[in-house]
Design a binder for this molecule. Structure first.
Ligand code: PLP
Length: 454
């Protein structure tokens, strides 16, 4: 595998990158990291599905950063829209009408399921979930929130507590009214299911038992990623989301679909719920809405919940709600995605390139225990034994073996989104087929490292 050192990275960019690294280590406090051993990568340039470090080395971005650059890096239409907006109204209080916010709300509501016509803007995904839960609590007059184990909903207080992966352990979980339920996860079924149909039926039965035992009169909301992302891109089998919708209706619970990662084309549809024709009460979004060029998130709201606040103050807001630069970027992003057929391209890439490519890797490498995904949203689970499904890193943790696989990818010029024993293949939706194929070839080589632990 040849590693590309681009002459496009200038000496000035290299020097600036080196200085930035020194300053970072002196002054920046990093997320989800032990500060001292953390050794962040310096990025001096990005373009399309590529990024370059301070040595001029080029990497394929199979991570879309935090699974947000759905339209790739430095899309010219979005960059221009931000520049134009900055030159006219760079900022404005949320109480004022502003053209980019109105247009972004129209475009987003127009892509949500029917009857979801209102948009509340936030700065990102966690605060979108916090606001959705607050709306549900005020709407129902109830307090508890149900959420799945093996989920991720964000890093703020309530959002990290509804999160179902072990990252919540370090924060207070007792005061938030969160109750977790077992997810529908066929590969490692908690219900000893042998088929997807069994898994769906048993997961729904278990969820209904949880609702009944917790007391439906105490439960305001159920929050669920339509396709759980950070937790492993395990696509719900047919019938699961529809079953959740039915149960939430039956027991008067607000159904919040967290589409922060799965929304805006990632799965090939504007929202992942579209794959199963499910209409939740609230949808939270962020990331892909403007490809992360400027921080933005929000909640799409149905008529019933809007009604609660028609003549009653919604007690919540943010200084930057609907920020002009962020919403102008959203308008440009959504229009560019539409004009350039990116959702259809994500579907095609998933069906024709990524999916079959990963299946081939599973045939070639015993360490690939499971391959799953859709659109440009795929994960492989690495194991040391396919029978026992022993993971290459324990759940909730990293391992030397996983570290070596990820390091090998990086050495060969591929950046991946990895979590515990999984590698996620989540490139921008408009990545060239040849680039995806090149990335998969690097992954192929790196997986030989994982096989050594098998
Ligand atoms: N919800 C989901 C499904 C996510 O994947 C994430 C982030 O990865 C969040 C919420 C939190 O979003 P943010 O980091 O923008 O607060």
């Amino acid at each position: 595998m040849t590693v590309t050192h681009s002459s496009e990275v200038t000496d000035a960019q290299r020097a600036e990158g080196k200085r930035a690294y020194e300053l970072d280590r002196q002054h920046v406090f990093h997320s989800w990291a032990a500060q001292e051993p953390f050794n962040p990568m310096t990025v001096v340039k990005t373009q399309d599905s590529f990024m370059w470090d301070e040595t001029g080395k080029r990497y394929i971005d199979f991570s879309s950063q935090m699974v947000n650059t759905n339209i790739g890096h430095q899309h010219p239409k979005v960059v221009a829209a931000i520049q134009e907006q900055a030159a006219t109204i760079a900022t404005i209080a949320p109480a004022h009408v502003s053209a980019p916010r109105s247009e972004a709300a129209r475009l987003i509501a127009g892509r949500a399921p029917q009857g979801m016509d209102y948009v509340f803007f936030t700065n990102g995904g966690a605060d979108a979930n916090e606001h959705a839960i607050r709306m549900a609590r005020l709407h129902t007059g109830k307090t508890k929130v149900l959420s799945a184990y093996r989920s991720y909903h964000g890093g703020t207080h309530l959002a990290v507590n509804v999160t179902g992966d072990p990252r919540r352990f370090a924060s207070d979980t007792a005061s938030t009214g969160t109750v977790h339920f077992l997810p529908c996860y066929p590969y490692r079924s908690y219900f000893h299911a042998e088929t997807e149909e069994q898994e769906v039926a048993r997961a729904l039965e278990n969820l209904e038992n949880t609702i009944v035992l917790e007391g439906p009169s105490t439960i305001a909301a159920l929050i669920l990623e339509s396709v759980p992302g950070t937790a492993g891109i395990y696509v719900p089998p047919p019938g699961y989301l529809a079953g959740v919708r039915e149960l939430t209706k039956k027991y008067g619970i607000v159904f919040i679909a967290d589409e922060v990662m799965s929304g805006f084309g990632r799965t090939g549809e504007w929202f992942a719920v579209d794959h199963w024709d499910v209409t939740p009460d609230l949808i939270t979004f962020a990331k892909g809405v403007n490809s992360g060029y400027v921080p933005l998130g929000g909640v799409v709201i149905n008529e019933a919940i809007y009604d609660t606040f028609r003549n009653r103050v919604y007690p919540g807001g943010l200084t930057y709600s609907g920020h002009p630069l962020a919403t102008a970027a959203a308008v440009a992003t959504i229009n560019a995605m539409e004009d350039e057929g990116m959702n259809a391209n994500a579907t095609r890439l998933g069906n024709e390139v990524i999916g079959p490519g990963l299946q081939r890797l599973q045939e070639a490498h015993p360490s690939v225990g499971d391959v799953r995904g859709l659109g440009c949203f795929w994960a492989i689970e690495l194991v040391t034994n396919r029978e026992t499904k022993e993971p290459l890193a324990p759940y909730g943790s990293s391992s030397e073996a996983m570290g070596k696989v990820i390091a090998k990818c990086k050495e060969l010029g591929l950046i991946v989104f990895a979590n515990f024993n999984r590698i996620h293949v989540v490139p921008p939706l408009n990545t060239d087929d040849e680039v995806v194929t090149e990335g998969l070839a690097i992954l192929d080589e790196a997986l030989s490292v994982a096989d050594q632990y098998y």
